[in-house]
Write a protein that binds this ligand. Structure first.
Ligand code: PLP
Length: 393
């Protein structure tokens, strides 16, 4: 049967993720070391998982309310108050979603009218631009630059604003660069957001994984910004719960009500057992001062320092990533772009990394290396990358 003309043009037009392409090759390759995956190598801490299992054993197997378990929304609200200083009413301002992924999609679908432009910093997480397009909007890339440590500047935002601009995606801590936006940089972009009446979709999924003096700062905590921020976060990264599929969105009630409506029709509710596990992740962390999260962050930090030092020592220039669990070195010195480098490295040394171009055209001369792997795996892979570079000389 000929399906052309049957499928949605919009959906067909969207390119497949540049990450998957490499993994499909790597998965078939024997003894391949991958530093490509963007998820914690830690398994879910036992008490969190146990709470999910117990909820099933106790027969809590029905749907929850569309918004998610009330206890979980209360815990999220408490967490957001303590981590960002911002108040969100658990009854009207918080929605539990199927990962941050669903929250991103909901926010875009709730905001976009056909042809609306959404500013998407580049490089950034692969799903933003396709989700904008699927919602009928137009993604407009803002190229962030290595020399600015991939932070977003007010000038870069202002340059891309047109009468059709509706929202800005604020993806910090950033995947793939590891860049963060400290308070002083958020303060610089806030006036341009306000002046142009933009809504900000702030993807803070890596908020617990920052490695400087200053903890993550949410844009919503700046004066006048709560009312124009859709804050997205979840349990996948900091709590090592990717497979459970629980995230959330917190936003002004009027925005959240529209997102809840889409969620109600498309999803019904996030998985019930996973919501109980997420609830325990927060309540357990409130009780023990986030011991598990802190320990994982300590280990990520050790790996980060080791990885970045070695990359710079071997001539792959890498600015210091201060968040998430990725390094984003430039491979320009090798005369190759990121895609050529990643492909050659994979076939000659069986080491998988992701070309920076998978995250936007401005990532062309870079590769993304994840340090969500054991130090041993990172060391082995780096030895091979060093060999690879020596052979190029
Ligand atoms: C920046 C960013 N946002 C969102 C997600 C999706 O997270 P979740 O597992 O909560 O859907 C990811 C996953 O890699 C990510 O890197």
């Amino acid at each position: 049967m000929d399906y052309s003309g049957i499928l949605s043009d919009r959906a067909v037009r969207i390119p497949p993720s540049g990450i998957r392409k490499f993994f499909d090759i790597a998965a078939e390759m024997k003894d391949c070391i991958s530093l490509g995956v963007g998820e914690p190598d830690f398994i879910t801490p036992q008490p969190f998982g146990a709470a999910g299992i117990k909820s099933i054993a106790d027969g809590k197997t029905q749907y929850t309310s569309n918004s998610g378990l009330k206890e979980l929304r209360c815990a999220v609200s408490r967490y957001l108050k303590s981590s960002t200083g911002v108040e969100y009413d658990p009854l009207t301002d918080v929605l539990v979603t199927v990962g941050a992924s669903e929250a991103i999609d909901l926010a875009l679908r709730a905001l976009i009218n056909p042809g609306d432009e959404i500013l998407v910093p580049s490089p950034s997480y692969v799903s933003y631009a396709p989700c904008v397009e699927l919602a009928g909007g137009v993604p407009v890339a803002i190229d962030t630059r290595d020399e600015n440590m991939f932070k977003l500047t007010p000038e870069e935002i202002a340059e891309k604003i047109t009468p059709k601009t509706k929202a800005l995606i604020l993806p910090y801590p950033n995947n793939p660069t590891g860049a963060i936006m400290e308070r002083e940089y958020l303060e610089k972009i806030a006036p341009v957001i306000k002046k142009n009446n933009l809504i900000v979709i702030s993807d803070e999924i890596y908020s617990e994984l920052t490695y400087g003096e200053e903890a993550h700062v949410s844009l919503a905590s700046l004066p006048g910004m709560r009312e124009r921020t859709i804050l997205i976060n979840g349990f996948s990264k900091a709590f090592a719960m990717t497979g459970w599929r629980v995230g959330y969105v917190a936003a002004p009630a009027q925005l959240l009500a529209v997102m809840r409506k889409i969620h109600q029709y498309a999803i019904m509710c996030a998985p019930t057992a996973a919501q109980y596990a997420a609830l325990e992740a927060l309540e357990h962390s409130f009780r023990n001062g986030y011991a598990e999260v802190k320990e994982m962050r300590r280990q990520y930090n050790e790996r980060r320092i080791y990885l970045v030092n070695r990359l710079n020592d071997m001539g792959l220039k890498c600015f210091e990533p201060r968040g998430a669990f990725y390094a984003f070195p430039s491979v320009k010195s090798t005369g190759m772009n990121g895609e050529q480098f990643a492909e050659k490295l994979l076939y000659s040394k069986k080491v998988a990394v992701v070309p920076g171009s998978a995250f936007g055209a401005s990532g062309r001369d870079f590769i993304r290396i994840s340090y969500a792997y054991s130090v041993e795996a990172i060391r082995k892979a780096l030895d091979k990358i060093e060999e690879f570079l020596d052979e190029l000389k």
